[in-house]
Design a protein around this ligand. Sequence first.
Ligand code: NAP
Ligand code: 2RA
Length: 376
Amino acid sequence: MSIILRQNVRGVRAGDGTGRQIGASLSTGTDPGPLSAPYVMKSSPHVAVVGATGAVGIEMIRTLERRNFPVGKLTLLASARSVGKKLTFRGTEIIVQELTHDAFAGIDIALFSAGGSISRDYAPSAVKAGCVVVDNSSYFRQDPKVPLVVPEINAADVASHHGIIANPNCTTAITLMALYPLHKAFGVKRIFASSYQAVSGTGAKAIEELEKQVGQIVRGEPVTREVYPHQIAFNVLPQVDSFLASGYTKEEMKLENEGRKIMHHPGFKASVTCVRVPVYRSHSVAVSAEFEKPITVEAARTVLLQAPGLDVVDNPSASEYPMPLHTSEKDNCAVGRIRMDCAMDNGLTFWICGDQLLKGAALNAVQIAEELLKLK
Ligand code: NAP
Ligand code: 2RA
């Protein structure tokens, strides 16, 4: 029989007999250590989606349903602006409620997708209420007490959580779906990469902005913009997120920083240029990787064909290669254009596409929740 070890509102886990506090470190600086075994999640947990009305939140609801995640009850939380909106889950309309610090009573798993400041302010309240948080924002990703997980790569790290588990940056998760299996076989030293990121990576308002600008241009009207610093329709912007003193953007440094943590590879180096393109959905990344060991296209292909969550689409003579149109709304990422890098020893160049709302966000978060259910 499964049991749930739950904190009461004073932050003491009831049911495990230890009285041990979890989550206190997140608000008070006291580290309670990893949750001790046995940590067993309810078999039909009460799940909350925080940011339920957003681009990722909507996909989380769909993904929970599509994967038959054993949701006992679903609570949908968003800003005061969305209170009363109805979203459908398993054929039933659920009314969106306002996110407050008291909203987590009785909830077992909270999938957060409402931005870094919301995660910073509300995730500790969720943990205090006994909830395990799977966070989509970048806020906790580099916290040493917070596992950063792509289940196909480091699912075992879930077990070391202290109440919060971080979901990686979308471009990083998609790139690692091909890079990590190659790393295991050949030992990656460094990569040079350029991303081609869809507007839905910026959220629901950016999807509207591209749609609106395309209409304005087609009708010969002046182009208006609110989300991006420049017109995105029929343009590409070599900026994703804000610039650091180094000249790289925050988004560009995530591949190295998060890649090191997820792959348990502290020496990994990545020089990345992130570009926003007028594509609605699915990010693409061109990667040139240098390995410790000699590599061949055939050996790489053999490895990639066995990688979970990855399709090899690589028949250039028939113009068959991954494209964002094909990976949109698909769980699997796709890799192609696999070739020896002509500028590096032991180098391989490839192109990978993946739906960043799914593998880069909602799907990965639900897969993490699935791992939580497996903890014994
Ligand atoms: P979005 O479409 O703009 O949605 C934001 C969500 O957050 C909405 O549900 C919004 O509710 C809610 N929210 C905003 N302010 C709030 C507040 N004060 N209190 C409660 N809820 C609030 O953004 P998104 O693209 O889904 O991204 C959400 C998070 O996921 C971000 O941290 C982002 O970095 C991360 N992420 C996104 C992607 C992606 O591909 N989009 C990929 C990986 C990670 P209202 O509708 O009520 O305003
Ligand atoms: C983007 N990395 O595409 C983001 C998604 N959160 O801008």
